[in-house]
Ligand binder design. Structure first.
Ligand SMILES: [Zn+2]
Length: 242
């Protein structure tokens, strides 16, 4: 089909617009930040697991500290009770007194041991709490990054939707200046997943790669550069490079 110089310029612009439209749709379907968001979601999941583990460790040492404290208190109340008995001394033989003193000393020794163990548990607890707090702040950071990335993807999607709308409107405008049969051929190729039309500078369809026979190419070279062709393979509109 022979087209005018003006239509040729429109068809060339349409090819560019269609290519840009494809790039926009590709980005819409494969958001640039999608892999980053996926990583953040996976990191978040790992950190959630670590947080549960760290919280369990904290709980374990809190229980230990509490158990030591309770044991110390039990020993101290024994010491108190026996000290009262000792100080009272009613009905006690000197042997009983010595025994009581030994028992008190035994309890005091146990308190010293328990206090040391309690101190150890407290140190462990402190370190476990620090680990938990680190995991919690990492988790907060990852959550914030995830939200920011989601927002960025959403914002970019709105931009893309607008750009695609503009792209489609511009394409419609260009198509209105082109012959109906050519537009139908263009749209048909686009519907098949092709670019619609392509400029050829050698004996190959630039839309699908199909080779154009030497004879056909020679004939094309002899014709008006504004003559359009249909690719035998993909049916795209072909226009020789001017
Ligand atoms: Zn082709």
């Amino acid at each position: 089909m022979l087209i005018t110089d003006e239509q040729r310029a429109e068809l060339e612009s349409l090819i560019e617009l269609a290519a840009h439209g494809r790039a926009l749709r590709h980005e819409r379907d494969n958001p640039t930040q999608a892999p980053a968001l996926k990583d953040l979601v996976s990191t978040h999941k790992d950190l959630e697991t670590k947080k549960i583990e760290a919280a369990e460790v904290v709980e374990k040492f809190r229980t230990e500290v509490a158990e030591h404290a309770a044991a110390i208190e039990a020993q101290n109340s024994q010491i108190k009770k026996k000290t009262i008995e000792l100080n009272d001394g009613t009905g006690l033989t000197s042997r009983d007194l010595v025994n009581l003193q030994d028992e008190i000393a035994g309890h005091e020794g146990r308190v010293a041991e328990l206090e040391e163990a309690e101190l150890g548990s407290m140190e462990e607890l402190e370190s476990a709490e620090a680990t938990l707090s680190e995991v919690e702040s990492s988790l907060a950071e990852v959550t914030a990054s995830g939200r920011a990335t989601q927002t960025a993807i959403k914002d970019r999607n709105s931009e893309l939707a607008e750009e695609l709308e503009d792209n489609s409107a511009s394409a419609q405008k260009l198509k209105s200046g082109l012959p109906d049969a050519l537009v139908r051929q263009f749209d048909h190729n686009v519907a098949q997943g092709g670019p619609g039309a392509a400029i050829v500078s050698g004996p190959n369809c630039q839309a699908c790669g199909q080779e154009i026979s030497g004879m056909a190419w020679k004939e094309m070279l002899l014709e008006d550069p504004n003559q359009t062709y249909e690719c035998e393979e993909c049916e795209a509109v072909l226009l020789r490079k001017g």
